[in-house]
Design a protein around this ligand. Structure first.
Ligand code: ADP
Ligand code: TRP
Length: 334
């Protein structure tokens, strides 16, 4: 059966960007429509990736579990998917080291994600950070996963995984697939500030999956607006313009036809942003309410969460060890 792998770093609680860009894709592949292609799905929290930038130890300890709870609350199901913590499968780290022998330093240094992080943390341009995409390639390829549900920002990392798969196959005769991204319609959720993407590490940019209606309303209220009337900007209006950002949220939560309606109003009689924001906040909350209810149940059942984590690691390790054995043999290490 075709395999899927995805992961999210343990840097904080999940937000709408993570949910729409990654988790929704994970759910779609976990629960294919009747008669559709079925997949074996591996979903992890990338806790080892979290140490590639400065972090707080206690927060990591907490978040590596919270992300699993968010996954379960969102509908990832241990009966259908293997749900685990990356660090519990140390095989990923071993394979990553082998992979680092088939990719150059120059290639890693030129990645936009590496450059961005070095700008953010100039005193922490570590080997771990440089190796970030190599470990990610290992996460995916150790399960020979061909499909990876992640947001559009992860595309450069997937390209590295493809290069590594190719190089491994031609040098050592392995049979790694070239993984491709599985895109959702929320592959790029803009920041609430109107600049760049929604991100855990940018204060004021996100709505958490656990936010209540009042919090959502006050965050949505801060979305930048304009006069409510004018010409639609050209190109990718969701990246930068006030109306573009607002409309992309409308499309994601109220649907395409609502977005069209508002677009017409914008170029016609004008939009009343107050009403729009009210409608938008309510519909975001409606989408999140069932997740929040499920989360409460999970918080009251820590034994269940422990069991999911333990069993997930056991299953993932079995699959990972198979690949590792084969790679060691092919590389002359056994
Ligand atoms: P963050 O940038 O908030 O720290 P991560 O880098 O941990 O988020 O991303 C986890 C997953 O969520 C990745 O698959 C990423 O592509 C996706 N993702 C993050 N932010 C967004 C966004 N604004 N829109 C769509 N997908 C996103
Ligand atoms: N780099 C991803 C992010 O920032 C997290 C991640 C680590 C990942 N390993 C992965 C995503 C493997 C998909 C597959 O969100």
């Amino acid at each position: 059966m075709k395999r899927v792998l995805s992961g999210i770093r343990a840097t904080g609680r999940l937000h709408l960007g993570n949910y729409l860009g990654a988790v929704k894709g994970m759910l779609e592949l976990q629960d294919p429509p009747a008669g559709g292609q079925e997949y074996e799905t591996f979903y992890m929290v990338a806790d080892v990736h979290t140490i590639t930038t400065p972090y707080n130890i206690e927060e990591l300890r907490k978040n590596r579990r919270e992300v699993i709870i968010d996954y379960l609350a969102a509908g990832l199901d241990p009966k259908k998917s293997i749900i685990f913590q990356q660090s519990e499968v140390p095989e990923h780290l071993e394979l990553a080291f082998y992979f680092s022998s088939v990719i150059t330093i120059a290639r890693m240094q030129h990645l936009p994600t590496f450059k961005e992080k070095v700008t953010q943390h100039p005193d922490n341009a570590t080997m771990a950070l440089l190796n970030y995409p190599v470990l990610m390639a290992s996460d995916i390829l150790i399960y020979k996963a061909g499909l990876v549900p992640v947001g559009i920002d992860q595309e450069p990392h997937l390209e590295v995984a493809r290069v590594i798969a190719n190089n491994m196959n031609s040098k050592f005769g392995t049979d790694f697939p070239e993984p491709i991204r599985f895109a959702t319609k929320g592959e790029y959720v803009p920041s609430l500030t109107g600049e760049g993407k929604m991100s855990k590490t940018v204060e004021g940019s996100y709505i958490n999956l656990t936010d209540d209606l009042e919090t959502i309303k006050s965050k949505v209220a801060k979305l930048p607006t304009d006069s409510g009337k004018g010409v639609m900007p050209e190109g990718k209006p969701e990246r930068g313009s006030a109306i573009g950002t607002v409309l992309s949220f409308v499309e994601l939560f109220l649907g395409k036809s609502k977005a069209e309606q508002y677009k017409k109003m914008y170029t016609g009689e004008g939009i009343r942003y107050g009403d729009l924001k009210q409608e938008l906040s309510n519909s975001i909350y409606e989408e999140l309410k069932p997740l929040q209810e499920k989360r409460k149940e999970l918080e009251n059942n820590p034994e269940y969460v422990d069991k999911v984590i333990k069993e997930g690691a056991e299953k993932a390790r079995m699959a990972a060890q198979e690949t590792l054995k084969e790679v060691r043999e092919k590389m002359g290490l056994s």
